[in-house]
Design a binder for this molecule. Structure first.
Ligand code: AMP
Length: 202
């Protein structure tokens, strides 16, 4: 994982009810630190978020937490993360995480995880960034979501090439290998309003 330094992980603020979720979160944290990479994540101590962060810290790795002011409470904030960045709101948090990350990996989670995942896929689809995005399909958790994406392709809402905006793997080690070499599809890049010569002179 040569060019990759910062791995941003999106994951549940709960543990989920399959122990494989927790084990995978732990393994991801272990391997991030053992490969000399840094974790960027939502700054919480709860659920799988806390598991990934703790595993990185246990291996003497570096963790960057990015948390909005309203969630930076004693109950939620991970007290052992020295590099904690507090943002004004959720939008600033996601923008900061996106800026810091070289790649994104989603573990199982709920609405918050889906939201972070789909926003970052959407930004890739629009050409706002070209960073790989991994979906860790632990124990088939994301099968229905993958089906939904395929259905959207069939129904003509997602370009079939853009299925490759995400890398899907079922184990942490396969994911870390795959995401390093993943080639993103070419997308149309939107560069803002174009001024025509007529507009420039008027
Ligand atoms: P969810 O998948 O709904 O549990 O939400 C998890 C995602 O939302 C995480 O990646 C965090 O960025 C954010 N999030 C949700 N709950 C918390 C929390 N209690 N503390 C910090 N971040 C949270």
């Amino acid at each position: 994982m040569s060019d990759i330094n910062n791995i941003c992980v999106f994951c549940g603020s709960k543990f989920g009810n399959d122990d494989l979720f927790r084990q995978s979160a732990h393994e991801l944290g272990d391997l991030i630190a053992q490969n000399g990479k840094q974790l960027v994540y939502g700054g919480g101590s709860v659920g799988l978020m806390g598991v990934v962060a703790d595993a990185v810290l246990e291996n003497d790795g570096h963790v960057i937490g990015v948390i909005p002011e309203r969630l930076a409470t004693e109950e939620l904030l991970h007290a052992k993360v020295p590099d904690m960045r507090v943002t004004a709101d959720m939008h600033a948090r996601k923008a900061t995480m996106a800026e810091l990350a070289d790649v994104f990996i989603a573990l199982p989670g709920g609405y918050g995880t889906f939201e972070e995942l789909f926003e970052i896929i959407t930004w890739a689809q629009l050409g706002f960034h070209r960073k790989p995005i991994g979906l860790l399909n632990i124990a088939g958790f994301y099968d229905p979501l993958i089906q939904m994406i395929d259905q959207s392709i069939t129904a003509g809402f997602i370009k079939s090439d853009n299925r490759d905006l995400i890398v899907v793997r079922t184990t942490v080690s396969e994911m870390l290998d795959a995401i390093e070499t993943h080639e993103l599809p070419q997308v149309r890049v939107w560069n803002g309003p174009q001024t025509t010569p007529q507009q420039e002179t008027s």
